[in-house]
Design a protein around this ligand. Sequence first.
Ligand code: GAP
Length: 494
Amino acid sequence: MDVLELAKRRGFFWQSSAIHGPISGFYDYGHVGTMLKRKWEAAWRRFFLGLGETFYEISPAVLMPEQVFRASGHLEHFVDPIVKCRKCGHAMRADHILESILKESFEGLPPKEMDALIRKHKITCELCHGQLEEVALVNMTFPVTAGTGKDARTAYLTPETAQGAYVNFKQMFEVLRKRLPMGLAVVGKAFRNEIAPRNALVRMREFTQAELQIFFDPETITAHPRFADVETARLRLLPAAHRHAVQETTAQDAVASLGLPPFYVYYLARIQEFFLQTLGLPPEKFRLKELAGEEKAFYNRFHWDIELQLGIGWKEVGGLHYRTDYDLSRHQQVSGQSMEVGEGRKFIPHILEISMGVDRNIYALLDLCAREEQDRAVLAFPRRLSPFDAAIFPLVRKDGLPEKAREVQAALEQAGFSTFYDSTGSIGRMYRRMDEIGGPACVTIDYDTLKHQDVTLRDRDSMQQVRVPIARLPDALRRFLDGGDLGTLGKPLH
Ligand code: GAP
């Protein structure tokens, strides 16, 4: 199935400003995509903010002064290796072109060594086969001028939501009564001038991240008060030293055999729980991959990527980064403001970061949930994540059925469900359309509804139908969305 074609046709997402000739790497979400993204973000918030008593969401500005990115290191280190064609001028990521030809990762390799490989393997332009220039490092931040005249200041669109949490650390620490660990979550926009945006929402220039920064006392890394809750969880790990196959390792063994601190492993386990239990993704398509020395950012002491197996191969959709005191120390140094905490023993808190790309996860959901069946295409999203909880259809557009359908819709909305009303086709076509949007349940209002005050409830996956009294519909729908079997929720229709 062409998921991108379906995404456009059904209102999920498409290239931004297409009517004027789009710029690559920018996407707009339609109504269905917006609902799906909202549901994913709501699930993320519920799960990760629920992990700590002092974990809260904040909403920082996305445009911040130059000093922020001098402190963060983005102006110096946030570079990608690019190589240009001497003949046609096409620019490519040098590590990507090497990887596509030599089938291994070259992330983080110094430019000189990439040059040597390009010469050795006689690699040429992917478009015109022209000779390539030397590899150069290009900064990916987007500079902006804020203000005019003598007030003008250079600012940057933030390339990660994390910095918004770091610049607010001291203020929030005071407001939240100086307790550690403290979690500051940001679900917001990030901007990177990627050289080669590709695969739609996978590599964009403007995208949404959901990140949780956990500020903690480094002396507490050897324990987590709730470690016992996860110690027997079997984690799907791909350690740097064993890249050939996933090793299912209990959280307890991960601490013992991989030398990872319990505080870190606790969050690895919770991340896996989010993907497999909350999102309901298939375990075999999920793994946690350790990055080796040269692959991780220089400030990360531990770095495991969250990877999902998609049609385009295993893709990183997030990560767990132990950033030590790098960020707060740098902001202290550049701003001159102390980031130290503690009475008696003074220290700069360390940071554990749970980072995820929302759009990349939305792409992954579509990819993993798309199913082509004999006479229909289905997006079999987990029920609670689907863009709409239920679609409401009148069987025909006359005889009071639309009015009754609107009444049922209003009652469901009132009860807190997200609904979608459709009356623009035969019932079969409306079902197919909803299957392609991924709505888990359809509610049909027919002539019997007027007589008996009941409706047909249809399950997207099995296509089974049951008859449910309108008075019991909200309860039946709630149980269905929570995983209930349709057959137990009403009288089966054959
Ligand atoms: N604060 C840490 C950080 O930003 P990252 O690995 O650069 O780490 C985190 O980004 C996540 O953001 C990635 O796992 C990915 O899901 C998403 N992401 C990064 N660059 C992206 C891009 N160009 N387009 C879409 N998503 C991106």
